[in-house]
Design a protein around this ligand. Structure first.
Ligand code: GDP
Ligand code: CA
Length: 327
């Protein structure tokens, strides 16, 4: 029986790619993508949501594949004109991308929640699956370095991930709540997929919100390793692991998510770690996990759904938290 309620959790590029693969394999109404908003920030008075945009653009097929952020076939006239006006230009915003930030900010100013704004943008871009920000509240990832704390985008873009990472702090976590839509989607999920996103700055912010991790634990859930053969496909995940005193590799990813998910998809290159990961109490599926192009995304999604069927069939579900039937 094909899944009718799959919930994926994603940060930016890695998560968006697998979400797009899942979208190719499932009916649109069968997929919900919960997206990290810890990277969000204010730019020239506008609210920017980089991970939400990456997921929306990728699902709409208009992402800039070369850059890894922004829209395809974009231009940079606004940024070019901003420089001489004395505005900061270290964060690159394309002209078409800017249209998204303007429209989002306008709707937020009018009083829409980020969840509602995202629904409007998704519909306008022709995105079928439901895309949900993890929260409508402000939660900001701060990177702790020997120089002190900095905003995530300052670390990631302005400083090009150069400062050594000592830890992370999610500012606003004391008061931020997961949205109702997110909590409900998780409660009804037949399968939860933690996409191959950065565990520390893309997935942990989502999982840290009250009520999320326990809901994931109560569902059939699996993660896909973003680390292949000891290296990140892109971005600072492996560098962060080394700086945190962890050995970049599938076993460390497994340790990170053990107790939250029941299964881990690792790359065939890491199949040698299977026994070590199984000893942590996780089921393992080894498969080619580098997503090359849309067909590569769908191929990994098929592995994920097949493994998910296996987990969903044999998962132990607490009596008090029986899988609910759709209304
Ligand atoms: P960001 O917000 O754009 O940095 O995006 P994410 O946190 O979602 O994605 C970054 C992570 O995705 C990195 O750790 C990459 O190793 C991982 N990633 C990107 N592409 C792939 C892929 O094709 N396969 C796997 N397994 N991981 C990938
Ligand atoms: Ca991100």
């Amino acid at each position: 029986m094909p899944f009718t309620r799959v919930v994926a959790m994603a940060g930016g590029v890695g998560g968006a790619r697998l979400a797009h693969g899942l979208a190719q394999c499932l009916a649109a109404e069968a997929l919900t993508v919960i997206v990290n908003t810890g990277d969000d920030f204010e730019w020239l008075g506008l609210t920017l949501c980089p991970d939400l945009d990456t997921v929306l653009y990728t699902l709409a097929g208009i992402e800039n594949r070369k850059q890894g952020w922004g829209r395809a076939r974009d231009t940079g006239h606004v940024l070019e004109a901003l420089g001489p006006l004395g505005a900061p230009t270290w964060f690159h915003v394309g002209d078409r991308d800017l249209a998204t930030h303007l429209r989002r900010s306008e709707l937020l100013w009018k009083g829409y929640s980020l969840t509602e704004v995202t629904r409007v943008l998704a519909q306008a871009l022709g995105v079928g699956p439901r895309v949900l920000p993890m929260t409508d509240d402000e939660l900001r990832t701060r990177v702790v370095t020997p120089e002190g704390e900095m905003d995530f985008q300052e670390y990631f873009v302005k400083r090009a991930c150069e400062p050594r990472v000592v830890g992370f702090r999610f500012e606003g976590l004391e008061t931020a709540q997961a949205s109702q839509a997110v909590l409900e989607a998780l409660e009804h999920a037949e399968l939860v997929v933690l996409c191959p996103s950065n565990p520390y700055v893309s997935l942990d912010p989502i999982l840290s919100l009250p009520g999320i991790r326990e809901r994931v634990r109560n569902r059939p859930a699996l993660a896909v390793s973003p680390i292949i053969a000891g290296a990140a496909v892109k971005g600072p995940a492996a560098k962060m692991m080394r700086e945190l005193g962890l050995e970049p590799g599938a076993p460390e990813i497994a340790r990170h998510f053990a107790g939250t998910v029941q299964g881990l998809v690792i790359d065939t290159a890491d199949a040698g770690s299977t026994a070590e990961i199984e000893a942590m109490g996780l089921r393992v599926r080894a498969a080619p996990s580098l997503m090359r192009g849309p067909s590569g995304r769908a191929a990994l999604a098929r592995v994920v759904l097949d493994f998910g069927q296996e987990l969903a069939g044999g998962v132990h579900v607490d009596v008090g938290d029986r899988p609910r039937q759709a209304a």
